[in-house]
Design a protein around this ligand. Structure first.
Ligand code: KG4
Ligand code: ZN
Length: 360
């Protein structure tokens, strides 16, 4: 039996600085330093602040990940790093750190696509076999991918404007609920009536798997402004009802579009039909429950990795790097940082993939 590869992973493409050590399918350590507090005053991620914070934290993060795994650099087989897509200053911090470590130790350097990291997570957590259908749904991305190999993905649909996480965050802002918006809208929705406001389900009538969420956000804005004009402000019940209505609309769109994506995937007659999700929005119980029911109905396994591996982390980068390395995909010191790096080069470019930032 060949010894499983042990890789250090480094991730710095948006607002999380992360390092991890993964051996085969085992996460030996995973350290994540979030930057939420640094960007809180600005209503979004500020690229310059993010890049500086990554540069300050990254060495420390790597040391901590090695210490937590009880390893030193000499125990590793390679160094994997997110080389894109993402905020370029942040991606550069990680790539420079990985190049320095590779040059100093002679260890192979492996540049990883951040989206591939998310998309391969079900293989790390559940040893899922190819091909499987994946929904990446986060603050910056929303796309359906059929994963055929570590470097071969078919994108069969996605958002044409905002990502759902971004819409949750904006809805929270409009309703005066705290950030990040997803958890606070979900909490408020628990005591709300999803039917009080009539909200749109954009593109639901269209056959393909593309989605749109910006009209929904505008509908929330109008509904809020209507109430404010009438009664001078929002009551807690208004916040709850608008949150419930918004969450129900997003859930309906995601479930219906997943039904169509699943039909396309199942038409390829996969040996073990599997559907998996990743990204912060995958934490939402209403969405998870809907997808669980849909998969049961369509005879498909449903994989929802633990949230710490669904959101940005470096264990997924180390794992994706190990798959790439095992297939002979080693980079050299000319590896460059890429702000854009679609997983499926053959698919038509999307009109938009979330305005919050190039993250997933
Ligand atoms: O994957 P992630 O941690 O970061 C990136 O976007 O890369 O996802 C963060 C997004 C935020 O927009 C947040 O509001 C959303 O995921 N989110 C949720 C929930 N928890 C986090 N959205 C809906 N329901 C939740 N429970
Ligand atoms: Zn991500």
């Amino acid at each position: 039996m060949t010894k499983p590869l042990t890789l250090l992973g480094i991730e710095s493409s948006c607002d999380d600085t992360a390092a991890a050590v993964v051996q085969g399918g085992k996460v030996l350590s995973s350290v994540v330093y979030g930057q939420t507090a640094l960007h809180a005053a600005f209503g979004g991620v500020v690229p310059e602040i993010a890049a500086r914070a990554h540069a300050e934290k990254i060495d420390h993060c790597v040391e901590e990940a090695l210490a937590d795994a009880g390893m030193s650099l000499s125990d590793l087989d390679g160094i994997a790093v997110t080389a894109g897509p993402g905020l370029i200053g942040g991606v550069l911090s990680g790539v420079m750190c990985a190049k320095g470590l590779s040059a100093a130790t002679g260890l192979p350097l492996i540049g990883v696509n951040h989206l591939a990291g998310h998309a391969l997570t079900p293989r790390l957590t559940d040893n899922v076999s190819y091909p499987y259908l994946m929904l990446l749904v986060s603050g910056g991305h929303c796309q359906f991918l059929i994963a055929h190999a570590h470097d071969r993905f078919d994108r069969i649909g996605g958002t044409i404007d905002d990502a759902p996480g971004e819409a949750f965050d904006k809805t929270a802002r409009l309703l005066g609920l705290p950030q990040p918006g997803g958890p606070s809208v979900e909490k408020a929705a628990q005591s709300g009536d999803p039917k009080r406001f009539k909200l749109p389900r954009p593109l639901l009538g269209q056959e393909e798997c593309d989605m749109s969420f910006s009209g929904l956000k505008t509908a929330i804005l109008r509904a809020r402004d209507g109430i404010v004009a009438e009664q001078g402000g929002l009551t807690t019940q208004d916040q709850a009802d608008l949150s419930a209505g918004f969450q129900a609309a997003v859930t309906d769109v995601l479930i219906e579009k997943t039904r169509r994506a699943l039909a396309l995937y199942l038409a390829q007659a996969p040996a073990t039909p599997t559907f998996a999700i990743a990204g912060g929005v995958a934490a939402n119980s209403s969405i998870r429950d809907g997808l669980t029911r849909l998969c049961a109905e369509m005879g498909t396994d449903f994989i929802a990795p633990p949230l710490r591996l669904c959101t940005d982390n470096a264990a997924m980068i180390a794992y994706a790097g190990a798959e790439k390395m095992a297939a002979g995909g080693i980079d050299d010191l000319t590896l460059s940082a890429r702000p854009r790096w679609p997983l499926d080069d053959r698919a038509a470019p999307m009109l938009g993939s979330g305005k919050k930032g190039a993250k997933a």
